[in-house]
Design a binder for this molecule. Structure first.
Ligand code: NDP
Ligand code: MG
Length: 352
């Protein structure tokens, strides 16, 4: 007996899905696949697979864009057979979403050592040739993909990385087993259950009314500045983390926090980025950079930020050989925060 659309229904879930909105039906279908191993195995028969190698997604170049190809179960089985691999490797795949017509999408990494079969990692160049594509590092791929594919591949990479890193129970050291969807791992010995995790990170764009504060770490690409970011400490609220991070990194006190948006960020491990605007206390704008955390931090005017947002090719060298100041790419939530600040200040409603 299943509970769908608020009524108790004795029919199979498929019938119930027809009573729901497309979005709710899709959500309930994915929920069922995560909870029910048999349903998820069945979904693999009609589903499609996104392939990775060493956490780099497979992309194919079409005329003007890069696209991640999807392979059916039978295509995947043929590929594994061609490389002398057993199809047990497919058990390492993880569920990452589904279409509106309930075609389930899975991700599988062919480059990681398989936990479910004796097969070692498959060789990258051979598979690239067979699949007529390239496995491209996700950080680079994000510049070339559309928003939907970028988000799907980020989720897939995060989940594949988590499974690869959580193969043993942290209580008893015995191997853990993943459910078919990959939404959890269970230790048969200690009965512990492990769920994929994200670390909460606050990212704050501080304003003094007319300027915004941007900073860079020495590890950033040359010339790139971003909003202040930092991991939440255990026990902290988002508000406390924003106050602490700004004080720690640039020595300022902020007020009038305003939540903006959030984003899953897969690098270097999964983070949940929580983006906020904040204002400095009036008259307190002197930056004291914490050099253990940052290389530099400075106030930037509206015009400077507008110009930087327009720079398409940050690596274009200026005539004197220096790289101009540029901002994170469109897919990063830092870009969204900065753009929002520019638009708000143009309308003179920026948090002062
Ligand atoms: N999407 C976006 O627009 C942006 C995303 N980011 C992301 O935000 C994240 C945090 O920013 P960052 O300024 O580096 O953070 P912090 O200012 O908190 O400094 C990072 C340091 O904190 C320590 N740390 C504490 N908790 C953790 C944890 N759970 N995981 C990893 N390190 C931890 C590490 O120290 P130690 O190495 O000494 O152990 C690390 O070097 C980064 O992963 C970055 O990729 C940042 C800016 C923009
Ligand atoms: Mg930081």
């Amino acid at each position: 007996m299943s509970l769908y659309c608020g009524i108790v229904c004795r029919r199979k879930p498929f019938w119930c899905y027809r009573l729901l909105s497309t979005y709710v039906a899709k959500t309930r279908y994915l929920f069922e696949l995560k909870e029910d191993d048999d349903a998820c195995k069945k979904a693999q028969q009609t589903g499609t697979f996104y392939l990775f190698h060493g956490l780099a997604p497979l992309l194919q170049k079409s005329e003007h864009q890069y696209l991640p190809p999807q392979h059916s179960l039978s295509e995947l089985e043929r590929l594994l057979d061609k490389f002398g691999q057993d199809t047990q490797r497919i058990e390492d795949s993880v569920l990452i979403g589904c279409s509106e017509h309930h075609e389930a999408w899975f991700a599988l990494d062919l480059g990681l050592n398989s936990s479910s079969s004796i097969n070692a990692a498959l060789q990258k160049p051979e598979i690239e040739r067979a699949l007529q594509g390239s496995f491209i590092e996700l950080r680079k791929a994000l510049f070339w993909l559309n928003v939907k594919d970028a988000s799907l591949l980020s989720t897939a990479q995060a989940l594949l990385r988590w499974h690869d890193a959580h193969q043993f129970c942290s209580r008893c050291g015995q191997p853990t087993e993943k459910n078919v969807a990959g939404s959890k791992r269970v230790c048969p010995a200690s009965k512990s259950i492990y769920y994929p995790q994200m670390a909460p990170v606050v990212i704050t764009l501080v304003s003094d009314g007319t300027r915004c504060l941007l900073a860079r770490q020495s590890s950033f690409p040359k010339g790139m500045y971003s909003a202040l970011a930092g991991f939440c400490d255990i026990g902290e609220s988002v508000e406390e983390a924003v106050h602490r991070e700004v004080a720690e990194e640039v020595g300022l006190e902020v007020e009038r926090l305003q939540y903006s948006a959030s984003q899953h960020w897969p690098f270097p491990n999964s983070s949940l980025m929580i983006a906020c605007h904040a204002a400095v206390k009036p008259g307190h704008t002197e930056i004291k950079v914490n050099l253990r955390e940052l290389e530099a931090a400075a106030w930037f005017t509206h015009d400077e930020v507008v110009t930087a947002l327009k720079r398409n090719d940050p690596y274009t060298q200026q005539q004197n050989g220096t790289v101009p100041f540029w901002l994170p790419p469109k897919l990063a939530i830092a870009h969204h925060l900065i753009k929002e600040w520019v638009e708000k200040s143009t309308c003179s409603t920026v948090p002062a």
